[in-house]
Write a protein that binds this ligand. Structure first.
Ligand SMILES: [Zn+2]
Length: 371
């Protein structure tokens, strides 16, 4: 049986099971399947309890007593799909493409980790200390698992995330960080016709603030500020007493985040309409996955590994965050998109490019010879 045939056989049970992030039992079953795989190649593997809201994670390593890892491989076990999807449209193939819930996001990545270790040279497995962390809740923001991922990453020299490569085969060498703010404006209602000046218009204040915040974006630095929601007022003939502005900020560097944060807070202290006051809260925050000097070295090693396996790869910088951002927070180089290529994630059109499966597995096995 070819590697591809064997891979597709092993992929089937991983796709044909409902394992949306909230299906704790389903996600845990996937973790159990992967545990058996890693044990079959002599890795120590254990399920990781991350609390009642998420399925179990899986940790596997070849040297359980190691105090550091030469490399950490990460992928996620959950999907975005509701129960019943696996039965409705199980794994299928047509030409070079495979379909099915999570086939590419992220089951082929999960399985590619196992195959690249299975096919690695025994001397590399003996020489290197390798850890695998599969988390159960990436699709809902890794709330239960991000602390654990960071703990493991602290012991690692570098980390590779096995989300799918882009549709065209590109890998991801950096990701923007992002923050979300809610700014709540309070004014006073009044009749818009009879007593317009008695009121204090929260909508006007919010709109002025939103424009000023939007203006903090910097094209050259690649920072953006998006007032994604402005929500206020009750009727056209009432002066609005309350309005909320939801901001999303993005940045390549964490220094730019700090500066943006300072500037946004400064704006939130200013007066934007007479007698309207506001409060600001940063409700979420993730660091960037920067293209540091050490990341550049990792990028070069993977590029070289692909070349040695007879193909060229390209890299992209991505505006969206992933678990790579969490792990990069501890200061190690992280790259993403190390799984086989695919596209149309989170939809019924999701596909996996089967023609990239073998080459990507060989690329990672080869990478292990270079570190
Ligand atoms: Zn996803």
């Amino acid at each position: 049986m070819s590697v591809l045939e064997s891979f597709m056989n092993d992929l089937k049970p991983l796709v044909n099971i409902d394992c949306g992030s909230n299906n704790v039992a389903g996600v845990t079953k996937v973790a159990e399947m992967m545990k058996k795989h890693f044990e079959s190649i002599g890795f120590h593997a254990e399920l990781v309890d991350l609390g009642p809201t998420a399925g179990k994670g899986l940790f596997a390593c070849n040297k359980p007593d190691a105090d550091h890892y030469d490399v950490l491989f990460n992928a996620h076990l959950d999907t975005v799909f509701p129960d019943g999807t696996a039965e409705q449209r199980p794994l299928s193939t047509k030409g070079d493409r495979a379909y099915g819930p999570g086939c590419s996001d992220c089951k082929s990545g999960v399985l590619a980790i196992f195959y690249s270790l299975k096919d690695a040279r025994p001397e590399d497995i003996k020489r290197l200390s390798i850890a695998v962390a599969l988390n159960p809740d990436e699709e809902t923001g890794s709330k239960a698992s991000n602390k654990w991922l960071k703990e493991v990453a602290k012991k690692a020299k570098r980390a590779l995330v096995f989300e799918a490569a882009r549709e065209g085969g590109q890998l991801v060498r950096s990701r923007k960080g992002s923050s979300n703010y809610v700014v709540e404006f309070k004014g006073m209602t009044s009749h818009a016709g009879n007593a317009p000046y008695k009121g204090a218009n929260a909508n006007v204040a919010a709109a002025r603030f939103a424009l000023a915040a939007y203006g903090l974006a910097d094209v050259l630095k690649g920072t953006t500020v998006n007032p994604g929601i402005i929500q206020g007022g009750t009727a056209p003939n009432i002066i609005s007493a309350s309005c909320k502005v939801f901001l999303d900020t993005r940045y390549w560097n964490n220094e730019d985040d700090k500066e943006l944060d300072r500037e946004i807070n400064k704006l939130a202290e200013a007066t934007w309409a007479p007698r309207v006051t506001q409060t600001i809260e940063r409700v979420s925050h993730s660091n960037s996955m920067p293209l540091s000097e050490s990341t550049k070295e990792l990028v070069a090693q993977i590029t070289e590994a692909a070349k040695l396996e007879g193909f060229d790869i390209e890299w992209v910088d991505a505006g969206g965050a992933s678990d790579g951002n969490h792990m990069a927070e501890v200061g190690i180089p992280v790259i993403d998109g190390c799984g086989p290529a695919g596209g149309e994630f989170h939809s019924e059109r999701e596909f996996l490019r089967m023609d990239t499966i073998e080459e990507r597995i060989r690329m990672i096995s080869r990478f292990l010879t270079l570190i």
